[in-house]
Write a new protein. Structure first.
Ligand code: NAG
Ligand code: NAG
Ligand code: NAG
Ligand code: NAG
Length: 307
């Protein structure tokens, strides 16, 4: 263990037991700074650590020895970076996290300083925030902790192959759009019409569509990314290869398998070479649909690659 580590300490504060969260919510305090943010203009609030602990939406308290303090709320934060400093710098951050990994350490009702041997997991300490729909872990790289979440209440999905994390949200544009206009709609807000990589994603989209559009009827679709490649519909080849344009999605074969998708190539002689998430009154979630505006296509799913 490096001597530098000895200068760090972790204090578990106010291990007050809430009836609902039991003893899972903790403030973990280290010497640190929010990257490129000073405290000169911050208000004085010597009780800010407690304020953060007690405020449901607070995820981080940033303060200095003179009692100036800034609080960061979950809903208003998309990215945050914290850099470890030393005691001499006089800056502190307190992460509000779920520290189940540290539960077995002895804790006191008073401030306790843990040295390396009482909290040996400092290096692998998992700082997990459990406020929104997805648990978010502060990632540590070198001496920097970073926090990243999706905008608003968008849903986060971790994908493997390739290993990326995406955010998505079904939406109802004000008018009926075709596939090109749907892409433009998402892009006008800085997002993409998202592709769907897994069955878990398409099932989540379908459930969220019913929230976005209460009373959603069967066969009413929301566009997702993907257009059947030309060789599949030229000469009636009938294959199911789709070209994606979001720039990050690789479709898992199972998504378009008959266990999850109803692909029919056309309906009433109208070609169906685009993809939508649809409630078909069964366990299937994906249908091939027309690329032209239709009153059976009322929405779309925007998304972006978070990291
Ligand atoms: C965050 O904002 C969403 C809507 O934007 C709201 O539904 C939710 O209650 C907020 N969460 C907290 C903890 O304030
Ligand atoms: C903790 O630090 C002490 C020196 O203060 C050292 O002797 C000991 O080996 C360290 N324990 C661990 C688990 O690294
Ligand atoms: C969609 O609408 C645009 C603008 O009206 C039009 O240029 C385009 O051809 C339409 N069809 C498709 C499939 O994009
Ligand atoms: C596709 O579904 C069939 C059953 O309909 C199943 O036998 C096959 O293993 C599935 N393929 C994949 C890639 O999941």
């Amino acid at each position: 263990m490096s001597p530098k580590l000895l200068t760090y300490f972790i204090i578990f504060i106010s291990i007050l037991i809430r009836s609902d969260d039991a003893d899972l919510i903790k403030m973990t305090k280290i010497f640190g700074k929010v990257v490129s943010l000073g405290l000169n203009d911050a208000p004085e609030n010597s009780g800010c650590l407690k304020t953060c602990y007690e405020s449901e939406d607070c995820i981080l308290a940033y303060f200095d020895t003179s009692g100036r303090c800034l609080l960061f709320n979950f809903n208003e934060t998309e990215t945050l970076e914290v850099e470890e400093t030393t005691k001499a710098d006089g800056f502190y951050v307190a992460f509000k996290v779920c520290l189940s990994a540290c539960l077995f350490f002895r804790m006191s009702m008073f401030q306790t300083t843990y040295q390396n041997d009482t909290c040996p997991s400092y290096d692998i300490l998992s700082l997990q925030v459990n406020i929104g729909p997805d648990p978010i872990t502060w990632k540590k790289s070198g001496t920097t902790f970073s926090f990243q979440k999706c905008v608003g209440d968008w849903k986060m999905f971790h994908r493997t192959g390739p290993e990326i994390t995406v955010c998505m949200q079904p939406m109802l544009p004000p008018t009926l759009l075709n596939i090109t206009q749907s892409k433009e709609y998402c892009e006008s807000m800085g997002y993409k019409l998202t592709g769907v990589a897994t069955v878990e994603e398409s099932k989540w989209i379908l459930e969220k569509m019913k929230v976005v559009k209460p009373g959603l009827d069967y066969w009413v679709s929301f566009y997702i990314d993907g257009i059947r490649i030309e060789k599949c519909f030229e000469f009636n080849q009938r294959c199911n290869e789709f070209e994606l344009s979001d720039g990050y999605t690789v479709i898992d074969d199972v998504v378009l398998n008959s266990t999850n998708a109803a692909l029919t190539y056309s309906y009433n002689y109208i070609p169906e070479n685009c993809l939508g998430v649809v409630d078909m009154g069964s366990s299937l979630t994906i249908n091939d649909i027309t690329c032209e505006a239709s009153d059976l296509i009322i929405g779309l799913v925007c998304g972006y690659k978070l990291y």
